[in-house]
Design a protein. Structure first.
Length: 204
């Protein structure tokens, strides 16, 4: 008996690779828009991570007829009133590189002391049923501090300046297994896996 398919509601190849890795163990067959022949570009008009994740999941579920999973993630910096938030990927400009994003954020925090540089990586995952069958929401968060300078060569985006006090390391210094264990997206996807495992048991 073939597994039920779960569509990753994104066209971002990097995010697809990461989600496939993180969702290892989910009792469903992971599929992508390219595999399913779904061509869709959803405008993120929401004002929260949850709203944007929900918009994308519903749109891809409707277009494909499959359950669809969408992740919307970003960085919230306390001293900046929660910025960059939902604009994390384009805070320094739509086509900014990771290095440019890091430099831009550090410049925004110039003069801000260590005690007030608290930040949180947040991930919200929405899973939508086709045909308007409802949406499930899962969230993960990782708390840290924006460092004074980048450190580490792993990861991407703001990882080099996200310091995790409990580990004494920057996110970009962690190997993939360690990052997945503590990261916002890693926590959210583990909750997704547990949800689907419980569902499979109920249906067995």
């Amino acid at each position: 008996m073939s597994k039920t398919r779960l569509l990753l509601a994104t066209n971002n190849a990097g995010k697809i690779r990461e989600l496939v890795n993180l969702l290892d163990g989910v009792p469903l067959a992971i599929t992508t828009p390219e595999i399913e022949g779904v061509v869709l570009d959803v405008e993120e008009t929401g004002s929260t991570f949850e709203e944007n994740a929900t918009l994308k999941a519903i749109a891809f579920a409707a277009a494909s007829g499959l359950r669809a999973l969408s992740d919307d993630s970003g960085l919230e910096v306390e001293a900046l009133g929660g910025e960059p938030g939902i604009f994390s990927a384009r805070y320094a400009g739509k086509d900014a590189t990771s290095d440019q994003m890091v430099k831009y954020l550090l410049n925004k925090l110039d003069g801000i002391d260590w005690a007030t540089r608290k930040a949180t990586f947040r991930s919200v995952i929405a899973i939508a049923e086709p045909g308007g069958g409802g949406v499930e929401i899962f969230e993960g968060r990782c708390d840290g501090i924006i460092s004074l300078e980048p450190r580490g060569t792993k990861g991407f985006g703001y990882d080099p300046i996200f310091y995790i006090p409990s580990l004494g390391k920057h996110m970009a210094e962690l190997d993939l297994g360690e990052k997945n264990r503590i990261s916002h997206r890693g926590i959210a996807t583990r909750r997704v896996i547990e949800f689907f495992k419980r569902e499979a048991i109920r249906k067995a």
